[in-house]
Design a protein around this ligand. Structure first.
Ligand SMILES: Cc1cc2nc3c(=O)[nH]c(=O)nc-3n(C[C@H](O)[C@H](O)[C@H](O)COP(=O)(O)O)c2cc1C
Length: 404
């Protein structure tokens, strides 16, 4: 299949393999290609890859892409609005920058660049627990406080400290990620010696990969000082390399967390609470019973358990079950504003984007993220106009020709 940009698309990944140098990026796929050129392979693969055979990761994209929209004409679409309220916050467009760990390895102080672009676009940025730039730095860079994503570590006092810090910075929404009690195998990271069991030869290859990207070394590794691990700085003993950092984080996730722990989070968190990583209707009902304010239908971008359902296929049942009790959000495979419109038609209040902003910040920093957000907004606007819809709040299944 060919992209509008003249490049080849791989199965479901929409990348432009032969994008000529010097041509301005126009799509999220173009930013993926830019990121591929700029980053050491180990970092590009860390963003790009998924778990095991990556079938769920591909399904997130391909099943979303396969949905057909109904074109409708001769409807008055002179005024079109995509502003929406999510979790008590106004979003200029129904998009949220998903938590992406280690982003400060992709571009200098990438989390700061990303929140600036998000704030200009009028959408929230979610700061990951495992960010390079800490909450203070990110919050200080924007007039709009970030949202914060929490992983519950074995040391509960650590999570309590982070929640207190977030509350003191007026963070309005806490996103509790629950789909990482254990870490799925990501074979690309294993091959790139990112998982800590590297032989001497693999380490040498990793070093050569980095040495082959002098611009990244100059701008990011030296200029961006990414070896200071923002939120974890105080607690990661000796983790001064990404590999040591990852090993520490992987060992720290607490697999004993249950729905009962929502009460503990509530005791420590005064703001809105969202659970991220729900893929099953029964779990969505448990989340509603536990009294959370929202959930994110997510399979972690296909980075955890392969062979689970795509998010677009899990979404309709979940939205039907609990959509009247809380804000149902979704992520996974969003590569354009048309994807956002499809997911909203299936019951989502807004979508999170992960790789899209990671590629953009790697490719062109703040300007890249700002551009990607403008592209998505413009796609949504056109999709509203051509499906005969004037407000994203009115999107429903009637605009779909086919469903997942
Ligand atoms: C490089 C990378 C790092 C991620 N780090 C985190 C994280 O720290 N916390 C989290 O909750 N999700 C994390 N995610 C998952 C994203 O928040 C999101 O669920 C996923 O990227 C959505 O799929 P998409 O990339 O296809 O948009 C990460 C995803 C990527 C690609």
């Amino acid at each position: 299949m060919w992209s509008a940009f003249g490049g080849v698309r791989s199965a479901g990944m929409r990348f432009t393999a032969d994008r000529p140098l010097g041509v301005a990026p126009a799509t999220i796929g173009d930013y993926r290609e830019l990121a591929r050129r700029r980053l050491p392979r180990q970092l590009f693969d860390y963003i790009d890859g998924g778990a095991y055979e990556e079938s769920t990761m591909r399904a997130n994209v391909s099943e979303l892409e396969a949905i057909k929209l109904r074109q409708r004409v001769m409807v008055d679409v002179e005024t079109r609005t995509q502003a929406t309220m999510v979790l008590g916050q106004e979003l200029a467009t129904p998009v949220i920058l998903a938590p992406v760990g280690m982003a400060g390895m992709f571009a200098p102080r990438a989390e700061v660049q990303a929140i600036r672009a998000a704030t200009t676009a009028g959408v929230p940025f979610v700061e990951s627990t495992v960010s390079i730039c800490g909450l203070d730095e990110v919050a200080g860079a924007s007039s709009r406080p970030p949202w914060f994503q929490l992983y519950v570590m074995r040391d509960r006092s650590f999570a309590e400290g982070l929640m207190a810090k977030a509350a003191s910075l007026d963070v309005p929404v806490l996103i509790l990620t629950v789909d990482l009690p254990v870490v799925g195998a990501r074979f690309r990271d294993t091959r790139n010696a990112m998982t800590g069991e590297a032989s001497g030869l693999a380490k040498l290859r990793r070093g050569m990969d980095i040495a082959g990207h002098p611009r990244w070394v100059r701008e990011v590794a030296v200029g961006g000082k990414p070896l200071i691990f923002g939120n974890l700085e105080q607690v990661v003993p000796g983790a001064k390399t990404p590999v040591a950092f990852r090993r520490w984080v992987d060992n720290q996730f607490d697999p004993s967390v249950t729905w009962d722990d929502i009460a503990w989070v509530r005791e420590n968190w005064p703001g809105k609470l969202v659970v991220k990583g729900v893929l099953d209707t029964e779990d969505a009902r448990r989340a509603a019973d536990a009294g959370v304010d929202g959930l994110v239908v997510s399979n972690h971008g296909g980075r955890q358990l392969d062979a689970v359902s795509s998010t677009v296929s899990a979404l309709p049942g979940i939205a039907e079950a609990v959509g009247d009790q809380m804000d149902v959000l979704v992520d996974g495979g969003v590569r354009s504003g048309l994807d956002v419109v499809k997911l909203m038609a299936l019951g989502a209040k807004a979508c999170l984007i992960g790789r899209a902003w990671a590629w953009a910040v790697a490719g062109k920093g703040e300007a890249g993220v700002a551009h990607v957000l403008r592209v998505i907004k413009s796609d949504i606007d056109v999709a509203l106009g051509l499906t005969g819809t004037t407000d994203v709040a009115d999107l429903d299944r009637s605009i779909l020709l086919t469903e997942p």
